[in-house]
Design a protein around this ligand. Sequence first.
Ligand SMILES: Cc1cc2nc3c(=O)[nH]c(=O)nc-3n(C[C@H](O)[C@H](O)[C@H](O)COP(=O)(O)OP(=O)(O)OC[C@H]3O[C@@H](n4cnc5c(N)ncnc54)[C@H](O)[C@@H]3O)c2cc1C
Length: 291
Amino acid sequence: MLADDRSETGLWDLVAEVAHGDAPDLPTPGEAGAYTRWEAFLAHGLDAYGADRDRPDLDATSQLSPYLKLGVVHPRTLLADLAVRHGPGVERFVTELAWREFYAYVLHHHPDSLWRDLRPELAQLAYDDVPDLVQAWRDGRTGVPLVDAGMRQLLATGWMHNRVRMVAASFLIKHLHTRWQVGAQHFLDHLIDADLASNQHGWQWVAGTGTDAAPYYRVFNPVLQGERFDPDASYIHRWIPELGALTAHEAHHPWTVSAERRGGYPDPIVDLDEERKVALARHQAARSVSQ
Ligand SMILES: Cc1cc2nc3c(=O)[nH]c(=O)nc-3n(C[C@H](O)[C@H](O)[C@H](O)COP(=O)(O)OP(=O)(O)OC[C@H]3O[C@@H](n4cnc5c(N)ncnc54)[C@H](O)[C@@H]3O)c2cc1C
């Protein structure tokens, strides 16, 4: 199509939308963009990476995942740059890169684990898969602030902080009793770093069906996770503007303030304590059947 063929209105609408800033703020494309980001991370992020990598309110991780996923930068190139550096940040960053390679290896050797549980222990687990609850999760309207902030970050930017991916995934699986595959599909549809191995095995890790046997009984408390990793609630304030005027404590517990002060932000769609107990009972039952 010629660039001046304005009969293709859909395309021109899209161009206008991008030009007027309604589209997500995507990473700079290409190798130069990847290196600019990498060099900025080496200069300002690497030393504190070990301590701050779990903080979604800080710009503390490399955000190289879209470039790594697309092959714009090779992990060995990053390792070569790190070989001349020392410190806890270096070690931790290398470990994270290794997770990516490990999951690629696991998927290569267990291709069925793309959509099936890698480990069979939870095959008998009961799920609810309630469409309205799943939709509230997809839309970032569960009434649980850290989960909603992450889900809205995903919709707006195509990226979500790792700690929040874990918490949002745990909430879907363990508080809403939904199969991990439902969430994995949504992530694949929206992530700009969507990677079959890292995504499916990230979800299986949270579900307790993957390579790590231990966390089947772990149910992240999304409120405590928020208070711990977003202490000033600035991540929540950023992605849930309805809560922007609340104090940090209120933003982590918005159900304690009037509906008016929280600008229509909903009450939690489930009782966190109740559903945690349900999840643990169901996991216990499923495991005793399989033993
Ligand atoms: C439910 C869930 C789904 C995920 N889906 C994806 C996905 O589709 N694509 C993807 O690249 N990562 C995925 N991850 C892993 C992780 O969240 C992202 O790699 C990370 O958030 C990317 O941000 P970053 O580049 O700033 O990471 P950094 O902290 O800067 O880490 C550097 C690189 O190491 C790799 N890495 C870091 N953590 C992990 C991890 N836990 N597993 C595998 N590789 C890792 C990534 O390539 C990342 O770019 C998922 C994690 C979870 C819990």
